[in-house]
Design a protein around this ligand. Sequence first.
Ligand code: BG6
Length: 490
Amino acid sequence: ADRQAADLIIFGGTGDLSMRKLLPALYHCDRDGRLADETRIIAMSRGGLGDSDFRGKVDAEVRPALGDPEGWDRFARRLHHVSIDIGGPAAPAGWDALAALLAGHEDRDRIFYLASPPMTFGPFCHGAQEAGLVTPRSRVVLEKPLGRDLASAQAINDEVGAIFEERQIFRIDHYLGKETVQNLLVLRFANAFLEPIWNSLWIDHVQITASETVGTPGRRGYYDHAGALRDMVQNHLLNLLCLVAMEPPAHNDREAVRDEKVKVLQALRPIVGSEVDRFTVRGQYTEGTTATAAGDVTVPGYLDEPDSTRPTPASQRVETFAAVRAEVKNWRWAGVPFYLRTGKRLPTRRSEIVVQFKEVPHAIFPGAAPNRLVLRLQPSEGIELCLMAKEPGAGDVTLRPVPLSLSFAETFQSRVPDAYERLLMDVLSGNPTLFMRRDEVEAAWRWIDPIIAHWDGSAMLPEPYPAGTAGPAGAHELLARSDRTWHEEA
Ligand code: BG6
């Protein structure tokens, strides 16, 4: 099905996401023979570019990162550009140009990929509708963030929902396209040994970490209004939590999987009022030293990041680090904390899910540490199960934790595709399983909103942490209070 001709229209087509992720992903899909010959990629932006200018730009900015890409010319021929300023007085001309390009191709799948800020989603869909471009075979892809709280997310969902049916709306969360994330479901539901112990009887707690070394240079306009909770926790980390915690669905299909995920979100124990101070931590990086390929470098704090927008008093309140102790209040998980953590300018780029098992019920060997299952999303995707083993030797029994590990790259000897490749192919073939349904996004905001409300009303600022360190002390304390530690501290 993914070889049917399609027109893929990327709004925000010359932006960062498009140039860094979407176009490289589409190139790889093309090289792997997954795009039909006639499929076109139509970028829309305010840029005033013609097709050949745009092809030149992609050649200069995207191609070098791909090495010496085989079949590049074929890919480049798919590229088109339409200039539009959807809010501006000349908007109709842009829509006319797009209409002219699409005329006669109403029988193709038509994908509108909105790689633009959420306030443009409604106006874009409205404009496309007015221009008569929304066909029954159209789909729309919405990039995150979907709003900045429940009310704004609902408003966007209403506006888009007035023009597209829910089955046509694909809300993307690229974490769901990552190989390890999809493997988590296979690990859980295609193996027999884990599921019987996947519950509060055997699991002590779960840690989900997305640690980044990058800062936010040039992103103030966005990040000042977002912060780590909205940027990473509301979507990526909660999605991972759902996949760890959900019940086995009856089928691997679009509604069954999403039905189970939304039940997890609905079971999250609300964190409200003064509990927010107890169960959450926020931090903001200050100047510090970070390791790069070229050695240690000193980097500025959040407030001094180079940017075209100057920091405002509100910038001081923005969290670049967030940690939350969540709880899923249901039979399987009662009493098992899910610790979520993410931050910019941390010492390493590492995303992982750690499932920490309980101690053995009765220890006959001294020194046994509880088992741990680590699902690594990046940098090198893999799965590691930490077991206790006996050190060789004739003396006393000495235990040592040893990893049973699976590296996807080594085991499968194939290129691990980028999350966007998988997700773009799913959009083209019309499979929404790995996309967020309206009720999921809204349930996630419902849980996030009271945390942000409490932070906003608090006199306290995020705890400072120097760039290159493991985040604020509060994050350590969040676990230390119950005698636990974050994985890398262990
Ligand atoms: C994006 C966030 O959604 O995810 C960024 O807006 C973040 O702030 C990025 O850097 C992380 O994605 P990945 O795939 O590099 O972990």
